[in-house]
Design a protein around this ligand. Sequence first.
Ligand code: HAS
Length: 549
Amino acid sequence: RSPIADAWARRHLTVAFAAVFVGALGGLVQAFVRAGWMTLPPWLDYYAVLTVHGVLLALVSTTYFIFAYLLAGNGRTLGDLSPGGRRFVALGFWLMTVGILLAAAMILAGEASVLYTFYLPLQAHPLFYIGLALFVVGTWSVAYALIRQYFDWKKAHPGERTPLFAFMATVTLFIWWIASLGVAATVLFQMIPLSLGWVSGVNVELSRTLFWYFGHPLVYFWLLPAYMVWYVNLPKIIGGRLFSDALARFAFLLFLVFSFPVGVHHQLTEPGIRDVWKFFQVVLTFAVVVPSLMTAFNVFATFELTAREKGHRGLFGWIRALPWQDVRFLAPFLAMLFFIPGGIGGLINASYQMNAMVHNTLFVVGHFHVTVGTPVMLTFFGASFWLIPNLTGRTLPAGARRLGLVQAILWAAGMLLMSIAQHALGLMGAPRRTAFTTYQNHPVAESWFSTPIANYATMAAGGALLFTAAVLMVGLAVYLAFFAPKAAPDRAEPFPLAEAAEEGMQPALLENWRLWLTLAAVLIVIAYTVPLIDIANHGAPLVRGYRTW
Ligand code: HAS
């Protein structure tokens, strides 16, 4: 056990689940408003609710859960935080928390209805941006402590293979560090000066490009910890070993190299970036799909290998051997299934021509609910069933396991309804972001969006199931943290850490950080230098902010 890291992991989890609760409530309200089932009171703006929903679920709950998981896992594999590391984690946690409280207060006050992408020229209150800046700096501090912990261990154990968990945590945190430089640049040098009135206009295309340089690797910062659960924890839960440790490390390194030079695939419809660079980044987007396919192979091979080792035969007979009644397995497995359409949707988005059809429609909203909303969130929910009791020295009672199965199935059912409706509505041209009220009661729009599937009511019904599942999850998290039976020392619910099936040393190449970080830097320079010069030289005239408050 690692008492210091565990205490900080518990604090991070508390914020994560508080954000899940408020964020899910925002989602429910929004789906009901779109379906016309609810009218907001005049003092509550639709876009403020949408911003709360996106910021709390996509940015806050994920980041805090990820840090909790990485702190706990590094503690189990590398040992506890050093006194220095502890100071960086404490500083980071409080900076993040003060920052996010400031930003959330501004959103709730209706002074920052800029959505979770907070693009310019939409302009929020300066305190919103200052809050965001504090949040980002705070994450750097926690990330520094964890990366440092990994390299200290490596130095103290020359020639030894680093633990897979800590290796993966380090890749994930490097991705966060390098990516967040982009968002920090636009917040510090464009958004804060504009909102304080220090400058009269900003280069919006530059801001969007810096944002998406951050925004796409951000999705891998969310995804990779879910992959860690699949690679490191799940094989142990099913009683087996990971098919290939080396392949898993290589997949993570490919994410480190290919996550960044692809952000322009979010800007395919924007002027100001030449086609050749859009094409180049689209090609690299298809490269970043490869490590996900490698993951699907490695994880599925692990399932099959484990079941066959236990004596199950036949082409599909081994599937029956998987622990379907165990929420610690079922929730992440359902999450994986959702990533199949999630990945296919990503490929559609990334295909230059098809993007023109789906961009800025509800299809994209459907896509991110079957990526971050389910593969990531449902995996985190499933992991909570061992992470929370492990961190609080408790057991996981059978009743909680059963309710966990109900939670996972409710979430999956709700997401199925909602995301199918979103994809279908998007293909029929329903816009994203736009409040439904702007075309409500228009007879053509109403008849167009009223088929059984492509229907706002189907979407809202899914949203209601999702909200129920979120409340159940938060209730279970509170129960596991405070009310589940206390265990004798070392008898708490274990933190499952699997071994790998293959033996022997890894190729040294896989831990040559200088090489992989240099490759990442080279690709970033190639993909972004000319587009940024173009944007600076020939970009649109400086634009005044559009104040949302
Ligand atoms: Fe995305 C927009 C392209 C992955 C999140 N994406 C978004 C937005 C979000 C988001 C939040 O190219 C909206 C941003 C906004 O607000 O504007 N995305 C991709 C591509 C991938 C991808 C190519 N996205 C993600 C992940 C996300 C995420 C992961 C969150 C965690 N995305 C785009 C594009 C846009 C976009 C464009 C802009 C659209 C626009 O115009 O605005 C790839 O990484 C996907 C690769 C994944 C796979 C799936 C592999 C499957 C696995 C499951 C294994 C299953 C098993 C079980 C083992 C190819 C690993 C099998 C069991 C059996 C029984 C068979």
